[in-house]
Design a protein around this ligand. Structure first.
Ligand SMILES: Cc1ncc(COP(=O)(O)O)c(C=O)c1O
Length: 309
């Protein structure tokens, strides 16, 4: 994905992206000591507005996850949200967009530790349409790399360094001819994708691994659970075994960047009929409506931003 930002929030100010640089001595560079967020904004042409999806939930997750690494937001959450909006307007993005806040340890450190060093907050916004062409369905493999456990590097923390695990799995998938990787926990249960949570459909029931399965507690996952209940679907959070993927009627990955991506093949086995399933398509439509402000009961999920010409 190409990043086309012209500005960044850096050391408390929004300035040119070229000036937002950290030293090679910084702990974040050497040890991956940071937590981050990925937030999407959708352009709604008829309203001439950007709708930022669940902005406050993302900022709140950043605040909470910071605690794992002894980091507090340097500005109040409302101000983080306001800075995100300011970046979108300054960039003048009149199309779908992505916002990346990063809470990181910038101090020069020779040894890794998290307890007594200050942190800083950076943020940029960039145009982003689709993460990949996922509408027709993607092919996944179960990775030979296991998800880091909560007792190693907590996946729920969205910790920068933990994305080495995701990167190894993603590259294994792509080099092997697939699009995505599905990671298992140390115990062999299904966890999640490299940047997405996972759902499967079995006999009309929507099933997803629990938050204790080494997953990031995804905001899209939470959204899908709500939308599924809205349309009367039976949903269950429970341990999922690997072979359940092969016998599922449908499998879908979901996340801020990927949105809802139907999985049509896992480990060379077609899922269902080998095409995106009916429930996945129904949920993707509900999701698309929600993020574009077409679900009045969930209007509070969308923060409207006016972007000038
Ligand atoms: C490892 C991982 N799991 C799941 C998700 C999906 O989370 P969300 O829906 O909050 O973007 C992401 C993306 O942020 C991720 O990186």
């Amino acid at each position: 994905m190409l990043i086309e930002s012209r500005y960044a929030l850096f050391r408390g100010k929004i300035g040119p992206i070229e000036e937002a640089k950290v030293s090679i001595l910084a702990a974040v560079v050497n040890y991956g000591l940071a937590v981050f967020e990925g937030i999407r904004a959708y352009w709604v042409p008829e309203r001439e507005e950007l709708l930022v999806f669940r902005l406050f939930d993302h900022v709140d997750r950043l605040r909470r996850n910071g605690r794992i690494l002894f980091m507090d937001l340097p500005i109040p959450p409302e101000e983080v949200a306001a800075r995100a909006i300011e970046l979108l307007t300054k960039e003048g993005i009149r199309g779908d967009a992505y916002i990346r806040p990063l809470l990181y340890k910038a101090a020069p450190e020779l040894g890794p530790h998290v307890h007594d060093s200050p942190c800083e907050l950076s943020m940029f916004a960039t145009p982003l349409s689709r993460y990949a062409n996922t509408a027709d369905g993607i092919r996944a493999i179960v990775s030979s790399w296991r998800r880091t456990s909560d007792n190693a590097i907590p996946p729920r923390g969205k910790i920068a360094g933990s994305y080495v695990n995701a990167a190894l799995a993603k590259s294994e998938a792509v080099l092997g001819g697939a699009d995505e990787a599905i990671l298992l926990t140390q115990d062999g249960a299904v966890s999640e994708g490299t940047v997405s949570n996972l759902f499967l459909v079995r006999d009309g029931q929507l099933v997803t691994p629990p938050v204790t399965a080494g997953i990031l507690e995804g905001i899209t996952r939470r959204t899908v659970l709500t939308l599924a209940r809205d349309i009367g679907l039976d949903v269950l959070e429970r341990t999922v075994e690997r072979s359940e993927l092969y016998v599922a009627d449908e499998v879908v990955l979901c996340g801020t960047a990927m949105e809802l991506a139907p999985v049509i093949e896992v480990d060379h086995r077609p899922i269902g009929d080998g095409v995106p399933g009916a429930l996945t398509r129904r949920l993707a439509k509900e999701f698309d409506d929600a993020v574009h402000g077409r679900r009045p009961r969930h209007a509070d999920w969308c923060t409207a931003v006016t972007v000038g010409h």
